[in-house]
Design a protein around this ligand. Structure first.
Ligand code: PEP
Ligand code: MN
Length: 344
């Protein structure tokens, strides 16, 4: 349930409603907008007591939250959220580009890539230290050694780092090195991991599971927000369909839908979304045009030698061309037309 306070509601009236929501057995969550305050009653309690708040002083109206995800929904927070990662803002007017190799393979490979993607205009660095691989015989990542290399790249380039966490056991260690933690597609519904990540002070990049509906994806995000971590960025990375020519099918409409249903920023991963180097530029432009707040793109000094995801990785020149294709007008027009569409 949502209690919409009137524009003129006093602080005392707001606090009274918060208290009544708690008494009714719900958790109160306040969103202070530029014009009004919204109080969401989350959890399970005595619904009729919330409905009765209709007549409490300072209350405009009481409505049900239409979706099963609550704190993630735009009903609870109509304004868009901006997630800040050490000077980089995801969800603001700029389209943020995160780039780097699928896996950290060596000091030289990562440092060269970090400098190259920075020169081309990327504002964050990616690189896997703990890799979720389909086969146990494939390269599994360098672990702690990779985290140390990532930290050096950060020191040299100033680019904040995002890297994947696969297990609750690794959370503390990864938090010492990374600026943002990625929950990979295969772990989107690892509820123990989500619950643990809800308690940390670092932003989370939550990838959509290859077989997850948009609702399931947003409910996974709800685990993070309801547990206390509101710094969540969603990432569409392609889903499984009957198509076999591409590794996954990039669900572009899901980017627009997720932004419609939720206030959280949404970025696109055209690398995993297509599995093909040749499609990254076109799909990146399409994702930005449909409203993506950013992109995450795999880049390798020599894709044919990559220990993971070579076929979808761009070399430095290829990445620079993708960045040129994401010209300023495209980025600006997409954001402006979206803002207009949302205002209508
Ligand atoms: C990755 O980012 O390298 C990765 C494994 O992504 P996903 O979880 O989307 O497959
Ligand atoms: Mn990868």
């Amino acid at each position: 349930m949502i209690v919409n306070m009137s524009e003129k509601a006093t602080e005392e009236q707001i606090q009274h409603v918060v208290e009544r929501v708690r008494e009714a057995g719900y958790q109160p969550h306040l969103t202070r907008g530029t014009e009004r305050t919204i109080i969401a009653a989350v959890g399970s309690g005595r619904r009729h007591e919330i409905e009765a708040l209709q007549v409490a002083p300072g209350v405009d109206n009481v409505v049900a939250i239409a979706q099963p995800f609550k704190l993630v929904s735009r009903q609870v927070r109509p304004e868009r959220s901006v997630v800040r990662i050490d000077g980089v803002a995801i969800g603001g007017p700029e389209v943020v580009v995160i780039a780097g190799p699928c896996s950290v393979e060596s000091h030289e490979q990562l440092l060269d890539t970090a400098h190259a993607v920075k020169r081309a205009g990327a504002t964050m660095l990616r690189g896997g230290a703990y890799k979720p691989r389909t086969s146990p015989y494939d390269f599994q990542g360098l672990g702690l050694e990779a985290l140390k290399i990532l930290q050096q790249a950060r020191q040299e380039t100033g680019l904040p780092i995002v890297t994947e966490v696969m297990s609750t056991e690794d959370v503390d260690l990864i938090c010492e090195y990374a600026d943002m933690l990625q929950v990979g597609a295969r772990n989107m519904q690892n509820f123990a991991l989500l619950r643990r990540l809800a308690t940390i002070q670092k932003p989370i990049l939550l990838k959509r599971g290859p077989s997850a509906t948009v609702k399931e994806w947003l409910l996974a995000a709800e685990y993070l927000l309801s547990g206390g971590n509101h710094d969540v960025v969603l990432c569409e990375r392609g889903i499984k369909t009957f198509e076999t020519e591409m590794r996954n099918t990039m669900d572009l409409a899901a980017i627009a839908l997720a932004r419609d249903l939720s206030h959280l920023p949404v970025i696109a991963d055209p690398s995993h979304g297509t599995g093909k180097q040749s499609l990254i530029a076109a799909v990146s432009r399409a994702a930005v045009a449909i409203g993506a707040d950013g992109l995450i793109i795999e880049v390798h000094p020599c894709p044919e030698r990559a220990l993971s995801d070579g076929p979808q990785s761009l070399d430095f020149a290829g990445f620079a061309r993708v960045m040129e294709g994401l010209s300023e007008p495209l980025r600006r027009t997409a954001k402006i037309s979206l803002a207009t569409a949302q205002a209508i």
